[in-house]
Design a binder for this molecule. Sequence first.
Ligand code: PBG
Length: 340
Amino acid sequence: MSSSHPVDDAAISAQVPLHQRPRRLRRTEAIRKMVRETQLSVNDLIYPLFVMEGEDLKVEVASMPGCYRYSLDLLLKEVSEVYELGINAIALFPVVTEEKKDATGTESYNPEGLVQRTVRAIKQAVPEIMVITDVALDPFSSDGHDGIVDENGVILNDPTVEVLVKMAVSQAEAGSDMVAPSDMMDGRIGAIRRGLDAKGYTNVSILAYSAKYASAYYGPFRDALDSAPKFGDKKTYQMDPANALEAIKEIDLDIAEGADIVMVKPALPYLDIIYRVREHTQLPVAAYNVSGEYAMIKAAGQQGWIDEKKVMLETLTSIKRAGADLILTYFAKEVALILR
Ligand code: PBG
């Protein structure tokens, strides 16, 4: 009957008309931009920065290529530069010299301490930028733990919280806009909120490291601060990587105690947690793209095994897509330069 070749006939009959062809919306860059669901913006980014004593110093962290410990004078330049690039917030971490560390972290609430001096200087030089200060004992502790350690090696909760309150108040006095407890002691958000309010710092907000896991991804950060625990690990206070429901419990507690923003940390191995937390709360959700996540991308990029820039953007987009409103990332400056 048909004059055409039997193979052609078979091909034609297999062409059922398709009403949906998703590839139509992927045809050109213009249409892809129009239907893009997740937009990474410089407004999402918080830039962690390391400050150390001294002058005119900028020392690269060996396990974090492209990240530096800055002395205060050079840090101020870096802060104004990133503010010019549109970054709204920095998270400050101090490199504390060994002789200033002790068992109870008293240096952490010294009004003339490195953090306090740095906050005052930034607030003078670049008053508009949000300064977020970390509240935890580890950079100040001779034991390298986030809490006070007793003679049996147990991390004491309530005595630690008392120090954390002093630290947070002292940071607020110096001009910190937002305090970020990263220690995982029980009840610290409520205690810090009460402590700040009692001193009149009702406008200082709390970014709570609520679901912070006992992660091996923090290694390079501990190199940067020389803050690795002198014994044991952090598993009695940071969360078990196997747990998800417990993250929601921690989030609920921190919200009840007065957190303004809740955080999941690390980010990439915990995208499911970010998603669950985003579904669960109306508060802004932050995620910490931690040092080990950064180091892996940098290392593979340096080897020429991956396209570092593309992997960086894909990773940060995935963290935002999972539900993070804010991302703490060492890539912040690089991303700001690209998005500009
Ligand atoms: C300590 C603290 C850590 C990080 C931020 N604050 C390390 C830790 O808990 O041991 C890690 C950040 C990173 O790895 O980028 N309170």
